[in-house]
Design a protein around this ligand. Structure first.
Ligand SMILES: Cc1ncc(COP(=O)(O)O)c(C=O)c1O
Length: 434
């Protein structure tokens, strides 16, 4: 039995090439979208935090525990072989999804955060030395920032920040000026989870490589929403999380160039990652097993195949086009209905994904109050710093409210958000004395 035989994952509606995505048909695949919250139909706009899961993914998880559950790469029995095939099938699919040249370059981790830490603790500790420079941008998520802060501290290296342009784009000129002979590592988010800003990663890689630096791309927000081709981007490492792209929680992917992965020491050690173990020393298994110590998250990795199949069947170009349309509509409706709203991120939709973060400039309700009042109306957004403390310092805002879109969101969802904000305003507007 091959990995592909067992999964039936096609979305309910796969349109002809070039047709827009049929979000109503897609919505029927997501059981949670028909639940009610606080007596209202759920309007889910917190996709940058985690996406909802289609029944194909839920069913793949149930099937695994009902029909395939077994440890992988070990026992000589049918179930173990079946589970191993399925687990390795996800590796092949993940490689194809980002156009990796070799599926051995796919390492399963728990999430993007662990994938980035893996690079920091292995490649980083070996290659970063006193006085070296690491470049990140001001829009980084803490997961693509704190590991580099710790690495810089451990090695007495310097962390440098690429500022945002006034229109909240990635500042290529400032980045070029920061590059120098001591630049060893550039770690950049492909798409900001607060601003929606899409970084010009191809150009960043070209410039960084000219300076002799290695480039890590944080793809937590891009892999779910944009077509990604790591060979075209030209990066050295690329990290993403299954749970933000229709898959289960507990699965992340680190892609790395084979020769880099091969030269790196292991991250965690123990079972499954060894070649031979003797009394005093051990040797390591080949890549990628060298980086997958212990029993991995087998069931969730297998169910992630269904998510990758689902997105592949729709087509990432179509996913991107739908979110672009949602973002354009949201920016338009919010501007028309709420001219007082301060919306962050670029207006240029070529450089912006489906994330809209904002503050109410005049009434100053705390974003958490905005989130709470929207939740009362069934509208789920996120409020706070979204794990981007330094970015909020740069924006001069203690926090923000954030709506983020995915394949199942509709114009009606945008309208529900705007209507909800009217009610927030009514609550916070000072009452006139009679
Ligand atoms: C840009 C970005 N990077 C990294 C992460 C971390 O992802 P995870 O929590 O799945 O490790 C997130 C999560 O929100 C993110 O948006």
């Amino acid at each position: 039995m091959s990995a592909t035989d067992t999964l039936t994952t096609a979305p309910a509606a796969v349109a002809e090439a070039g047709d827009p995505l049929d979000e109503q048909a897609i919505r029927r695949d997501f059981p949670i979208l028909s639940t009610e919250v606080n007596g209202r139909p759920l309007v889910y706009l917190d996709n940058a935090a985690t996406s909802q899961k289609p029944r194909q993914v839920i069913q793949a998880l149930v099937d695994y525990y009902e029909k395939q559950n077994s440890n992988i790469h070990r026992a000589a029995h049918t179930l173990a072989a079946r589970a191993t095939d399925l687990y390795e099938g996800t590796r092949t699919r993940a490689a194809a999804f980002i156009n990796a040249p070799d599926s051995r370059e796919i390492v399963f981790t728990r999430n993007t955060t662990e994938a980035l830490n893996l690079v920091a603790y292995t490649w980083g500790l070996e290659h970063i030395h006193k006085g070296d420079e690491i470049i990140v941008s001001q829009m980084e998520h803490h997961s693509n920032l704190v590991p580099w802060q710790r690495l810089a501290e451990a090695r007495e290296a310097h962390l440098k920040y690429v500022p945002l342009t006034p229109t909240h784009k990635f500042d290529v000129a400032a980045f070029t000026a920061l590059l120098g002979p001591r630049t060893k590592l550039v770690a950049i988010s492909h798409m900001s989870n607060v601003l929606g800003t899409i970084a010009p990663v191809q150009e960043i890689c070209r410039l960084a490589h000219q300076a002799g630096a290695v480039v890590v791309v944080d793809g937590a927000q891009s892999a779910p929403h944009l077509p990604v081709d790591v060979q075209q981007i030209g990066c050295d490492f690329f990290a993403f999380s299954a749970h933000k792209m229709l898959g289960p929680t507990g699965v992340g992917v680190l892609w790395g160039r084979f020769e880099l992965l091969e030269a790196m020491p292991p991250f965690l050690s123990g079972g499954s990652m060894i070649g031979q173990v003797q009394w005093q020393r051990s040797t390591w298994a080949p890549v990628p097993q060298k980086f997958e110590a212990g029993t991995p998250n087998i069931g969730d990795v297998i169910a992630f195949s269904a998510a990758l199949d689902y997105l592949t069947a729709i087509g990432m170009e179509r996913v991107r086009a739908h979110e672009r349309e949602m973002t354009e509509y949201a920016l338009h409706v919010l501007k028309e209905d709420h001219p007082d709203l301060q919306v962050y991120g670029p207006n240029d939709l070529d450089w912006r994904g489906g994330v809209v973060s904002f503050n109410m400039a005049d009434l100053h309700p705390h974003p958490h109050d905005v989130g709470q009042l929207l939740d009362d109306q069934g509208v789920a957004i996120r409020a706070g710093q979204h794990c981007c403390g330094p970015l909020h310092l740069a924006l001069g805002a203690p926090a923000s409210a954030r709506a983020s879109f995915y394949i199942y969101n509709t114009r009606a969802d945008v309208e529900a958000l705007s209507h909800g904000l009217q009610l927030v305003k009514k609550t916070f507007r000072p009452r006139r004395r009679p």
